[in-house]
Design a protein around this ligand. Structure first.
Ligand SMILES: [Fe+2]
Ligand SMILES: [Fe+2]
Length: 434
């Protein structure tokens, strides 16, 4: 077993703590410190299994009142939208990562053409790298789905509304099916599985171990699933591999319901929270967005293919300016910002800014299937020019907190400001109705 100190070359505990104390919201920083230590310092996700200590309150309702019509409707929609991954997908399709007629993911959407070492490879070698990158992306989808499965279990236990619990039961089934299909595709068709990214691990750890029901909704239903919905849509629209496209189509119909569930569960609650608590959620969402962005640096893929040819800093800079990361920013604006606005977590102090062209040019957005509920607006707020909504939001926070400028991770600020989960803290599920 590797000790913490042996692993702390990149993020020593004292370095991490210094960064934590420089953040604008110490409560958020302290709540994320534990997950960050386990994910970014100890690299717990690189082990074959992980145990996380849950601490949320489980709520029983012995009256069985059905008083949430919107969730009731969503539950009915979920029941008639179920599908069987074994019989509804054609698993007999042969997937050949080296057949360019059925490109899994277009090269132009990846950071690979920007890498000098990649450009010098033979076509066969390039295909091997592309296969690796797609396998990495789908592996992270799979790990995220496992997190979604357990998060759905937790919010089903914690939410007070019976209609929410009934709907949650369908999401548990949905997420189990998503784990099934992504694992089967990786195992049977691509033959490759990457370990969970440290940033994603940290995020999942934070959701699983924090006792507050609303943070589970916010982190998983709004943030992770909102971004995943955009990423799935991009991949489905650009892939030429028919089984992957079909698989993603089914998954997208489910995910759209899940994000909508999160918005319904949180919007009234966050409009009635005391300002101090609301701001804490807002800052927490910002840190989660940073973790999600850092996941996209694909360090597991880098370690395998480019760790010997370029430094991680060079790699991160290259990724940051790639079309691949531009797509992440656009997806974030389209999928996250509108929903954060709906649930009252996008005040002026944190609102990112971007030019309208950043959201419209090269758009890869695909409208969700007609059977799915609306989950996001396509019209984000634009106030001034910037290309990175996270950097923009961070600048807003720094300015209002009177802090000096500190670059975000992935630019020059490696690590970020993750802090400790209140592992024994338990929040109260909502008591009011929408
Ligand atoms: Fe899912
Ligand atoms: Fe989901």
């Amino acid at each position: 077993m590797t000790s913490l100190l042996e692993r702390a070359s990149e993020y020593s505990p004292s370095h991490l703590l210094q960064k934590v104390l420089r953040t604008g919201n110490v409560r958020v920083a302290l709540n994320l410190l534990g997950p960050a230590m386990r994910g970014l310092v100890m690299h717990n996700g690189k082990q074959s299994a992980s145990d996380m200590q849950a601490s949320h309150m489980v709520h029983f309702d012995w009256t069985y009142q059905r008083d949430q019509p919107e969730l009731r409707k969503l539950y009915e929609l979920a029941k008639v939208s179920q599908w069987n991954a074994t019989t509804d997908l054609d698993w007999s399709i042969n997937v050949d990562p080296y057949d360019s007629r059925f490109d899994l993911f277009p090269e132009r959407m990846s950071p690979l053409p920007d890498i000098p070492a990649y450009r010098g490879l033979s076509e066969r070698e390039k295909q091997t790298h592309r296969h690796g990158l797609v396998s990495w992306m789908l592996s992270q989808f799979l790990h995220g789905e496992q997190g979604a499965l357990f998060a759905a279990c937790q919010v089903t236990e914690a939410i007070q509304w019976l209609d929410g619990k009934l709907y949650g039961s369908t999401q548990v089934v949905d997420e189990g099916r998503h784990v099934e299909v992504f694992y089967r595709y990786l195992n049977e068709k691509l033959g490759k599985l990457y370990t969970v990214n440290d940033n994603l691990y940290t995020l999942i750890d934070a959701l699983m171990t924090d006792g507050r029901w609303d943070l589970k909704f916010l982190g998983m239903q709004i943030m992770i699933e909102g971004l995943a919905l955009g990423a799935f849509g991009t991949m489905r629209q650009t892939s030429r591999e028919p089984l992957l496209r079909e698989l993603l189509k089914y998954v997208i119909t489910d995910e759209a319901r899940h994000v909508h569930y999160g918005v319904v569960a949180l919007r009234e609650h966050y409009h009635t929270l005391p300002e101090k608590d609301r701001r804490e959620r807002e800052d927490w969402a910002f840190e989660v967005a940073v973790l999600m962005r850092n996941r996209f640096f694909a360090h597991e893929f880098y370690d395998e293919f480019y760790g010997q040819t370029m430094s991680r800093k060079q790699w991160d800079e290259l990724i940051l300016n790639s079309a691949y990361m531009r797509n992440f920013r656009q997806t974030m604006f389209r999928r996250l910002v509108p929903n954060l606005k709906r649930i009252n977590l996008m005040s002026d102090r944190i609102r990112p800014t971007t030019p309208p062209s950043a959201c419209s040019s090269g758009s890869t957005r695909r409208p969700p299937p007609s059977s799915t509920p609306p989950t996001s607006s396509a019209t984000p707020t634009h106030r001034s020019s910037s290309t990175d909504p996270l950097a923009s939001a961070a600048a807003n926070l720094r300015r209002r907190a009177g802090l000096r400028r500190e670059p975000l991770p992935g630019t020059t600020r490696a690590g970020s400001t993750y802090s400790r989960t209140a592992s024994r803290r338990s929040g109260s599920p909502p008591t009011s109705t929408a």
